[in-house]
Design a protein around this ligand. Structure first.
Ligand SMILES: *Cc1c(COP(=O)(O)O)cnc(C)c1O
Length: 254
């Protein structure tokens, strides 16, 4: 979240809020208490400079299971015109401006029957970056591939979790650039068997189809693959204490 002391203070306030709101933690299967820390500048000033006053606040609300109608693969629009973030910019931060820049592409993707946008690199419009609010993984020849962190994508906690759990499970994971050409070729020769997004709310979001330059690329027959399913089940079982927490990820609030 933030560096050093302010980060520790942020986590402490978060624990206090969850302890206070403990009766709001829903018990229904798959439901959770969604926690969203946020910060805005509040200094009354018109000039352009880093603000001297900020408000840190945490939104906390019970939410139902993310996949109320079951675990359904999504259709994703591959955006090859607009870009989300460029090298040297603020793409790796969860800051409002990054999402403002994405809304038009998102609306156009929706109009084409897609639920999300897959962003490509801003220079060549060739290499995969990430999805609107999640990082992206591909399974090629049984190995995981995800684009490397390089300043233009969000270093998602769920991405990191999948990489660590993959190592625990003996699944090889590669952080490397992957182009749309490679994805098209690997989907055609059958070596690309799965694709899925990773993010806090959904945990794992399987992709059944990419729409790229008016062309449909179906992944894994449009069905959820075994690796995506295993991560989805396994990570949630770790979150709920059903599988052991071998990384010390669970935090007690009371
Ligand atoms: C939130 C988000 C992610 C996923 O991050 P998590 O920490 O796993 O929730 C990935 N990419 C973008 C652009 C995001 O906004």
């Amino acid at each position: 979240m933030y560096a050093g002391d302010s980060s520790r203070r942020g986590v402490r306030s978060l624990k206090q809020l969850v302890a206070l709101d403990r009766d709001w933690v829903p018990q229904a299967p798959g439901a959770s208490l969604y926690i969203r820390p946020a910060m805005i500048a509040t200094e009354a000033a018109v000039g352009l400079h880093p603000a001297n006053e900020y408000l840190f606040f945490i939104i906390c609300c019970p939410v139902g299971a993310y996949y109320a109608e079951g675990f359904k693969p999504t259709k994703i629009y591959v955006e090859d015109q607009y870009v989300r973030a460029t090298a040297g910019g603020v793409g790796e931060a969860k800051t409002g401006g990054n999402y403002a820049a994405s809304l038009k592409a998102f609306a156009e993707a929706k109009a084409k029957g897609c639920t999300q946008v897959l962003w490509l690199d801003a220079t060549e419009h060739k290499y995969v970056e990430e999805v609107g609010t999640s990082n992206i993984f591909f399974v090629i020849n049984g190995e995981l591939i995800t684009p490397p962190l390089g300043g233009t994508i969000l270093p998602g906690i769920t991405r990191d979790t999948v990489l660590k759990v993959a190592a625990d499970w003996g699944i090889k994971a590669n952080e490397r650039r992957i182009s749309m050409d490679e994805i098209i070729a690997a989907a055609a020769d059958g070596s690309l068997t799965e694709a899925f997004g990773t993010g806090t709310a959904a945990v794992i979001a399987p992709v059944g189809e990419f729409l790229y330059q008016e062309r449909s690329i179906v992944i894994g027959g449009g069905k959820t693959g075994p690796i995506a399913q295993r991560f989805f089940d396994g990570i949630q079982q770790m979150q709920r204490g059903i599988l052991p927490d071998t990384h010390g990820w669970l935090v007690r609030t009371i």
